[in-house]
Structures are given as C-alpha cells and as structure tokens.
Write a protein that binds this ligand. Structure first.
Ligand code: TYD
Ligand code: MG
Length: 457
C-alpha cells in the first residue's frame, strides 16, 4: 500500500519538486529556494465504476452575457486590460513591493464602486492604513466594501455567499492562506491552491477578481511566475523607485491584446495618467550634446519617444567597461562589433556607458540604429541636431531593417515637432509625413549621414 504522507521539497522560484533538499534547485538553478512541504500522495482510484454524468456541449456563438466588461474610467488602465475588466475573469497584478500596486487598484476599484458592488480584501495592511491611503487619494467617500483578512475559508464563503461583490481585489495572494494546507502563506503550494480556488469561484459565480502578486528576488516567497499559466491575464506594474513614472503592461491577456502599455505618474495624490508620455520622457533632454539621440519606439501599439545617451571614453583598462542601463548588454556587444567591422570605428580601447533616460527599459530590437547613432555621435564628438529622431534594426552584415509601426513612430515624432528622421527605407503610405526622411540601408553610411546632417545645421 502506498504511504499516505511523505516529505518533499519544493522550489519557491519554479515550483519544481524534489525528494531531497539541496542548496540549489536542480531545475532552475536558483539558490536557497527549496522549502520542505508535506506531500499528499494520491492513491489512484481508477476510472472503473462510479457514476459520471456526460458533458453538456454548446456552440461557438457569443452570448451577450459572455462579453460584459467593467470600465474603470482610468483610460490607461482600461486600455491595458483590453477595454475594461471582463466579468468572470481572474487577473494577476504583479510588480515589485512598493511600486504602487495597492494604490492603483484602490483607485480603480473606487471608480468602479459607483456602479457596481465591489470589495477590497487586504491581507497586508490594517484597515486604518488603507483608510489613510484612501483619504490621500481622495476616494474616502466611495462605497467600497473593505476588509482586512487573510483566511481563504472566510473569503471564499463571502464570495460564494448569497450576495457576493461583483468585483473583488485580493491584496496580496502571498498573504492569504488555506488553513488545511500544511505550508506557510506565500509558499508555492499555498499560492497555487488559493489561486485555484479563486479561479473556480470566479468562473462558477461570474465574479471579476484581481489578485496582487509581489515579485520576489530571494525566492522564499512564490512570485507571480508560478501563477501565470493559471490566471486569465497578467498585468505587470513596473518602474524605477527613483523615478515617478510607472508602466502598466499586459503580459498575458486571454481577452485582449498583450504588450499594451499604460503610463502613470506617482504623485502626492496617487497615480495620475500620463496623456503624453513622449513629452514626459523628453522633458529633461539637453540639446546639442554629443551622444544623445531621440529614439522613436513603440510599446504595444503606443508610440513613445525616449532619449538614449551614450558616453564613449578612452579606457585605461585592458578589458574596457561596458555599462548598460535600460537595454540589452548582449545587443550592445553585437552593435559595437558591427560598427568595428563594417564602419572601421574602434571601440576595443574605449569604455562605453549607455543609458536610457527616465529609468525606461527598451524591449524591442528597433533601438539598434538609435544606439549606433548615439555611439558614433559620442565617439566622433558630433552632436545630432535636436529635431532628429532615429529608429531601425541593425543586422550582422550592417544592413538596416524595417520595423513594425513605422508610420506610428513618424506620426508621434511629427506631433512633437521633430522635423527629421534617420530610419530604414520608407514603405507605402509613410511618405505622407512632413518630416525630412534620411533612409539608411547600411550602417556603413552612418558617418556620411552624420557629416551631412551636421553640415546642414
Ligand atoms: P503601494 O501602492 O503601497 O505599493 P505596493 O502595493 O506595490 O507595494 O505604494 C507605495 C509607494 O507609493 C510608497 O512608497 C509611497 C508611494 N505613494 C505616493 O507617492 N503617493 C501616494 O499618493 C500613495 C498612496 C503612495
Ligand atoms: Mg501593497
């Protein structure tokens, strides 16, 4: 007969199980993440015998009640959700501690409270703390049902009760627990089991649930990674603690597009929407400085202009420094190699510092040409004129490739008063913009283009 209980060790980072403790997880190679848990060994009953009912099938026609969405009126938030929160869905909002998840969700739920029955359940903060935050945000009068609680038994009883709230926030999934699971709150088994239960209730009762999940580096608490496959959508809230702006990204969405981005600014009265993010990110740009380039990026479907700064300086070191903030270090190595081979520029005896201002992190490959322009500008001490935007992907043979949404980038640049674009060759319909276009097909031409631009100034 099988043993009813044995011990097992579960990695708090990737969720893998091992029967023996080790300092390093054999699956994801993270250190100190294995935690002992009670394993319930299920004895298979077999499928013979017993009674089971058959499935009730339906067709693919969409019913009106299948597509109810709740709009918060915070347009950046609604857009990232794909046009509002979907009835009967479970959304995970992840992010570093202190980034502003509770603030954002309290603001969103307070807006929804005027038309819907909503609840905010916090396992992290005391009622007084949440009330103080609400008064700071100016939403104290909103009819939000507030509770500070972390036992899932009562939370589920409320959600499955006679008149449950339509929209509920659980802040955070790492603080709630199911009392018959022998593991501390925040461990993989608790977090998974709680999410599973919440998912079941959301689907069965048609409730909209938002759960907060902290991203953790140490791995002793399970992060949102373990839950991503279970939930309907994942919104990540990110930003730099030293800066005021915050980005809300949809990294998974079963009911809308992913890669949408919402931009917010953290103020004294909570998060406010940034209507014109390009203006916001270029606000502190100093013009006429070598190494500074404006990159026209697209985040999701949203054009965003940002400044890239490079500083190339002679290095006393045998292994020169390469410091990159906000971009991929590997791509910088590739780009310097291409610049060295295809354009005869020397970087092997130079330190390179690259920075995307405002604490932004570029994720698309379209920044290659802008970074190359910043490097060449700093190396040759030639400032680019302030009215030029740059974008394009660079290949290993030095060819410049086209990017998606080129017209969106040009439109945004034109809106903000830029008059010239250094970019890959133009496509159909893109010539209608009132910008002087300098198309580059090969990176080897970059020095000539620089000379031409600075001569014309
Ligand atoms: P919070 O929402 O508690 O973060 P999280 O839930 O992600 O852990 O936000 C905490 C930070 O936000 C805190 O450092 C203070 C700052 N903050 C403001 O700057 N203005 C505000 O109006 C509020 C409510 C918070
Ligand atoms: Mg919080």
């Amino acid at each position: 007969m099988a043993k009813a209980q044995q011990r097992l060790y579960r990695c708090q980072s990737c969720g893998a199980e091992t029967s023996r403790w080790a300092g390093q997880c054999p699956h994801c190679d993270e250190w100190n993440t294995l935690v002992e848990e009670a394993a319930v060994v299920r004895i298979p009953k077999g499928l013979k015998g017993g009674t089971s009912s058959t499935l009730a099938f339906t067709d693919l026609t969409l019913e009106a009640h299948d597509q109810v969405r709740f709009k918060t009126g915070i347009s950046e938030f609604d857009r990232v959700c794909g046009g509002g929160l979907v009835k009967g869905s479970l959304l995970l909002v992840g992010g570093n501690p202190g980034i502003g998840k509770s603030t954002l969700l309290l603001q969103a739920i307070a807006r929804l409270a005027s038309n819907h029955k909503v609840a905010y359940i916090s396992g992290e903060e005391a009622l007084a703390q949440i009330k103080m935050r609400a008064s700071r945000l100016g939403v104290s009068e909103s009819p939000v049902n507030l509770a500070a609680h972390n036992n899932m038994r009562e939370i589920l009883a409320t959600l499955e009760g006679p008149e449950p709230p339509e929209i509920v926030i659980i802040d955070s999934i790492q603080t709630v627990f199911i009392d018959n699971i022998e593991a501390a709150p925040g461990t993989v088994s608790q977090v998974r089991a709680c999410t599973h239960e919440l998912m079941r209730v959301a689907k069965a009762r048609g409730l909209t649930l938002l759960i907060v999940g902290h991203v953790t580096k140490e791995g002793m608490i399970a992060g949102p990674k373990v839950l991503e496959h279970m939930v309907d959508g994942v919104l990540t809230f990110e930003g730099d603690q030293g800066h005021h702006f915050r980005l809300l990204r949809a990294t998974k969405n079963r009911f809308g597009p992913t890669d949408e981005v919402g931009v917010f600014e953290m103020t004294q009265q909570g998060l406010s929407e940034v209507q014109n993010p390009s203006m916001f990110f270029l606000g502190e740009r100093s013009e006429g400085v070598s190494g500074s380039v404006v990159f026209a990026s697209v985040e999701g479907t949203r054009p965003l202009l940002m400044e890239i700064q490079a500083l190339v300086a002679p290095s006393p070191l045998s292994m020169p420094r390469r410091t990159v903030i906000g971009w991929d270090q590997g791509r910088l190595s590739m780009l310097t190699a291409v610049l060295q081979t295809r354009c005869n520029l020397t970087f092997h005896d130079k330190d390179i510092f690259l920075n995307v201002t405002g604490g932004l992190k570029i994720q698309e490959t379209g920044a290659d040409l802008a970074v190359a322009a910043a490097l060449v500008s700093s190396l040759t001490q030639t400032p680019l004129p302030p009215h030029v935007v740059v974008f394009g992907e660079v290949g290993l043979s030095g060819e410049i490739r086209r990017l998606p949404f080129m017209d969106l980038r040009l439109k945004e640049a034109q809106k903000l008063g830029f008059t010239e674009a250094l970019m890959p060759s133009l496509g159909k319909g893109e010539e209608k913009f009132h910008l002087k276009i300098r198309s580059l097909s090969r990176l080897s031409n970059i020095r000539d283009v620089f000379k031409e631009i600075s001569r014309e100034q």
